[in-house]
Design a protein around this ligand. Structure first.
Ligand code: 7TS
Length: 408
């Protein structure tokens, strides 16, 4: 069942990079963006070499082939998350745009002053700020499912918030700071029982877990290609057909219309209705290749490997005096280890680790309210993916001991 990591690492040319002479990169920042396998790089290269044309508007061969590739990738992405129909997949730029699309269309068409939206305290800013903006504009109320000391959602408080009949519950499937994997099916079921629509931020879950939007019964599900071996500049919003059909369009322009008059327009059908203008065509091909790559390996194996690395990393990090790792135990989280180190600022930790080529992120990781909740301004974060190794975890641990030496 285990992955052949040496073989997988050969698929990712950047992992052989020396950041300085003799210093090989130790990439522990996949939560920010994953590295890309050759299969993805070559698929996009091949698109530009042989197929490049704009889509949906030409009758010439190149345009027809490019359109077919763009739509084939949509079919692959739909299958990857078990959407029933490819038309339930809207291409966006990223998770951020996917959530904003829901906030600007479904929410502005359906929410009015005083309506309740439930979020959680562990959200990335991209699942907070769009709702802050809506609250300021519309007067919708925001409430938050609290995060417990050990980094889990307090579902008892959630249940009491549901008694106030929210219209929308929007939450992250997996935290980019704590790594917590939230019980999405249960949260969605409870929301539906209370009559609410659900939005799931899947930026961290789709790359790392087997996600089945149909089994989850999610209404909307947002994710980014760049965190799952694909290119930057493209992401997806899954939405149930009935909801997407009823929603007003998002951006106006070419492709999203059926007919335009001087003073009016008729919108196109889904998904074109939400894809105004020339989209990220080569990126869609790369997105499809990334899905093929992950499918070929098997998401169960990806998740099992990350679990093994995370368990090992938590064990090793927690044995370092002065290190405090945030979030639940390995059985409840994905491949993320955010920590503080007594007396040393996370930026200093990251900078000293970088001397040995170790790439980690330091800061609030776009989850400022969560850090505030734990009473800290920032953490250092190491994160893992299918190509991460125990040897890299050992290098991280050695690096932290060097930080200790530097700072006495
Ligand atoms: N939601 C979660 C849970 C995320 O981790 C991120 C990105 C986003 C949304 C936004 O994704 P984007 O593709 O639209 O930018 N998280 C991170 C991170 O943890 N470090 O850099 C980006």
């Amino acid at each position: 069942m285990t992955l052949d990591i040496a073989r997988i690492r050969q698929d990712f040319p950047i992992l052989n990079r020396e950041v300085r002479p003799g210093v090989k990169v130790v990439y522990l920042d996949s939560t920010a963006t994953s590295q890309k396998p050759l299969a993805v790089i070559e698929a996009m290269n091949d698109f530009y070499h042989r197929f490049n044309a704009n889509i949906h508007r030409g009758v010439h061969t190149l345009a027809e082939e490019a359109t077919a590739m763009y739509e084939q990738a949509r079919v692959k992405i739909a299958k990857f998350i078990n959407a029933r129909n490819p038309h339930e997949i809207i291409y966006t730029r990223n998770t951020t745009e996917s959530i904003n699309l829901v906030a600007y269309t479904w929410a502005r068409a359906n929410l009015k002053s005083g309506d309740l939206v439930i979020l959680t305290e562990m959200e990335h800013h991209s699942n907070l700020v769009p709702w802050h903006m809506l609250a300021a504009e519309r007067g919708v109320q925001l409430e938050f499912i609290p995060v417990t000391e050990n980094g889990l959602l307090d579902l008892e408080t959630y249940k009491s918030l549901l008694a106030r009949t929210p219209k929308l519950v929007s939450f992250t499937h997996m935290s980019n700071v704590l790594g917590t994997i939230n019980p999405a099916a249960e949260i969605i079921k409870l929301a539906h029982d209370a009559g609410a629509i659900t939005v799931v931020d899947g930026a961290q879950s789709v790359p790392h877990l087997k996600v089945d939007v149909h089994a989850l019964d999610a209404d909307f599900y947002a994710f980014s290609a760049h965190k799952m071996c694909g290119p930057t500049g493209i992401g997806a919003l899954y939405g149930k057909s009935a909801l997407l059909d009823a929603m007003p369009p998002f951006l106006g322009g070419g492709d999203m219309i059926k007919e335009v008059k001087l003073r009016s327009f008729r919108p196109n059908t889904v998904p074109a209705k939400f894809e105004a203008g020339t989209p990220a065509i080569a990126e869609s091909v790369g997105f499809g290749a990334a899905v093929d790559y992950l499918t070929g390996i098997g998401m169960d194996k990806v998740a099992a490997h990350e679990h093994e690395i995370t368990e090992y990393a938590l064990e090793r990090l927690e044995e370092i005096p002065g290190v405090k790792v945030f979030g639940p135990s390995a059985d409840k989280k994905g491949g993320v280890a955010s920590f503080t180190f007594d007396g040393v600022h996370p930026h200093d930790v990251a900078q000293i680790l970088d001397r040995d080529g170790i790439a980690v992120r330091a800061g609030h990781h776009c989850a400022q309210p969560l850090h505030e909740k734990f009473g800290i301004p920032a953490t250092t974060r190491a994160s893992f993916y299918l190509y991460s190794t125990k040897d890299e975890v050992d290098k991280l641990v050695e690096g932290i001991y060097k930080v200790k030496k530097v700072f006495g």
